[in-house]
Write a protein that binds this ligand. Sequence first.
Ligand code: ADP
Ligand code: MG
Ligand code: ZN
Length: 630
Amino acid sequence: MKNRRLIPLVLYLLVLIAAFTWLSDLFQTDVNQIPYSEVVELFRQEQVKNFVVDGNVITMNLYTPLNGETTITSTLADLDGFQQQMGDLLTEQVESGVLEYYHYLPEEGFSPYTLILPLLVVGLILLFVWAMFMSRANSANPLNNFGKARTVLGVPDGKKVTFADVAGADEEKEELQEVVDFLRNPEKFTEIGARIPHGLLLVGPPGTGKTLLARAVAGEADVQFLSISGSDFVEMYVGVGASRVRDLFDQAKKVAPAIIFIDEIDAVGRKRGSGLGGGHDEKEQTLNQLLVEMDGFSRTEGVIVLAATNRPDILDPALLRPGRFDRQIHVGRPDVKGREEILKVHAKGKRLDASVNLKTIARSTAGFTGADLSNLLNEAAILAARENRPVLTMVDLNEALMKITAGPAKKSRVQTRKDLKETAIHEAGHAVAMYNLPTHDPVRHITIIPRGQSLGATWYLPTDDSANLTRNQMYEQIVSLLGGRVAEALFIGDISVGASNDIDRASKLARDMVARYGMCEKLGTVSYLDGGEVFIGRDYQTTKSYSEKVAGTIDDEVKALIDKAYDRCRQILLENEQKLHQVVDFLLKKESMTGEQFEAIMKGEPVEEASATALFDGFETSDGKEPESK
Ligand code: ADP
Ligand code: MG
Ligand code: ZN
């Protein structure tokens, strides 16, 4: 790799240097070079003090300057002729003392400047052109490169990743350990006839470390790692994707043992026949080629294909058949222990204040992926660095967590008093509703400082990792989502577009409850949504698996559910009107309030100073009992 790039460069430099010296040499002699006839004339006029002939170049020193120079050269085309013609004159002039002396230096054959250098230059240029041509043919020219897989051989940033870099994910690592063992020592497995999977599919939400795990497998096994993204296969030109697949597998076999990693395989591995219009022929060809290649190489070749996707449901079933990606590894969101370990990995190399408690952060970030956590620490470090603080503190982490979940604070945005009051009422509506809903997670922080796209925000954080929502929890979430809108209607007398995101989310939740999770009596325990993407080309006629009548009932039930939630919310806010206005006043005065301050108001207790780490408050006082993992 390196050499191929270096050679043309070196050649190029050499040619430049040679050409430069050659040219400058020509220029130099040009200045005081005169034609042969003038040389003869100079001798006739007795102007030459002395001269030296080197090869066929004569260098003369003159009595009076010619063209401002007293040293003049000329090229003698016919040295013998010169000696014959001038011989007598020269003897005469030496005798008379006009000519001090002259020498003929012995001829050394070819002068380097007259012959070898031009040859060298021409040779170098030819070499250079050839090298350019070769390197073009190899890689630089995109025209020659269409059918080649755009793989990254080796690890992109050159850093070797091992399982130690992947925190948590113990089960995933255990499953992948088998692959590592096979790559390290294939004979051990093939000798006893063990079947090692051709392909493993890593399935999980974005940011959970699928790419990282794949790299770690290669690092652990110390084998070549060829990575390519599914979207790299997809080009406008028919046939290109298929030839890229072929090339990828060829490359891998050459460097085996190796891992081929196809990231985001859903880009190429979608169900065939899905999608309307052009382009899907090309995708099908590519996918077919992939299937052929996966069937084609034998298990002894030491190549294992890993692929990652967050949409296994849209993959073509043929990809998942035995001999292809017949094993799936689910890479889930980390649990609290996993989160703490991931935080530890990413805290390395960052200077943390002694007060920073990674356990607390892990507890308050339920649902975060590894990428989110890495991002959290990084944002906090940036905040600390921006203020020239040497270490990052819990306050930075708190601010970073707010920034990640709701966008950066926009303190400079000018808002009228009326706007602020409306925002305060909206947020107080959410918060008061949450407080009065038994299954709702507690309020952590409320602000009317604009953040990201919203004018204000109310934070609540789940207290544990429970991924299982009950019907009651979902319903109460709808109630709290409506809190902003209900408060506007009750206490402003008008409603605003500020609640549109809340209403979207509430409607989606309600629709899921009714049509997906079978949580409504009238429709029974039936799922009417298939959960997958709607494939227009494939499923055009069969998108709806239910009748128009059922569709009408779904709409009615969704509306009824929302209406019920609206009334519940209205009731809560009216019962707590006094407290809600206290919260609004507090927000208008201080712009933000912590969960503790909010609770104090709700309980009618004195409000204490704000904590700067509100999102973490309460999580650190946990009794040390770890929540059940998964
Ligand atoms: P995916 O491919 O699943 O979308 P990545 O592997 O690209 O996720 O992860 C993105 C980043 O998140 C990684 O580079 C790493 O910094 C961090 N990360 C994710 N999971 C983990 C983990 N288990 N341990 C350490 N870091 C992780
Ligand atoms: Mg990835
Ligand atoms: Zn809202």
